[in-house]
Design a protein around this ligand. Structure first.
Ligand SMILES: [Zn+2]
Length: 250
């Protein structure tokens, strides 16, 4: 079920935040920086937080065990395409879209033995035309015997920081600086009357950025700051619009 309107934090209470991490899973051994998706997932679990990880199929193929661990820690898994493709560009080039999502689904199913219901388009590249093209391809697949509607989407976000968290790692800034930027972005957003979905990246699509990732350390700084400011953390599937869409494809 792909709708033009993206799922946002609407319907969440004012101090509720839903944490989401894109572009993983990833793992690093023996270096100071780099993706640490499993450690991040376990830290969040220990804090009583259920986050959502929108994963790339190609990274799942490389780090299936990490995804297993993230799932076992109780987090939600979302589909972020196989290869981080720009769906708007692909549609303009009249290329098929659904296979990028199905391929990622396959990788996820292989790793954790169940499928995901959540979908987020890479780069937020989403519009009515993409949603319609995906629905048409899904209908076609169904007439060819594929099962019914698999996903709800697109899942968007309400809060990101200027330049993105990856911009901080690219510029050699510290996890403290990045956490502070997230706190400011959350505190200063115009719609403080409602909760928000927060966008972070536990790994990266770009090879040169990935080894610089420090989102695990950043999250360890950010969560206590948000807790002290009175925020509470809710899973993606507690957003009323998510519940509605899940019920519609059940
Ligand atoms: Zn992404």
């Amino acid at each position: 079920m792909y709708l033009k309107e993206q799922v946002l934090g609407k319907g969440l209470k004012p101090m509720q935040l839903c944490l989401t991490y894109d572009d993983g899973p990833g793992a690093t051994h023996g270096s100071a920086s780099g993706p640490r998706t499993l450690e991040l997932a376990e830290y969040l679990r220990d804090q009583g937080i259920v986050a959502t990880f929108f994963v790339l199929g190609k990274h799942v193929d490389q780090h299936a065990d990490v995804l297993k661990g993230v799932h076992a820690a109780g987090h939600l898994i979302g589909n972020h395409t196989y290869d981080h493709c720009d769906l708007q560009k692909r549609r303009r080039a009249t290329l098929p879209l659904l296979e990028e999502i199905s391929r990622a689904d396959e990788a996820i199913r292989k790793a954790i033995c169940c499928s995901t219901r959540y979908f987020r388009p890479p780069g937020g590249a989403w519009d009515d035309e993409v949603a319609k093209a995906l629905c048409a391809e899904e209908d076609q697949a169904r007439t060819n015997g594929a099962s019914g509607r698999q996903h709800i989407g697109a899942v968007g976000w309400d809060v990101e920081i200027p330049g993105g968290d990856y911009g901080y790692w690219k510029d050699g800034k510290t996890p403290e600086e990045c956490a502070r930027a997230f706190l400011d972005a959350i505190e200063e957003r115009p719609e403080k009357s409602r909760g928000a979905i927060v966008l972070m990246h536990d790994s990266n699509n770009e090879d040169d950025l990935r080894p610089k990732n420090r989102t695990y350390e950043m999250t360890q700084k950010l969560v206590p700051l948000l807790g002290a400011a009175g925020y509470e953390f809710v899973p993606l599937n507690e957003i009323p619009e998510v519940k509605r869409r899940l019920a519609a494809i059940a």
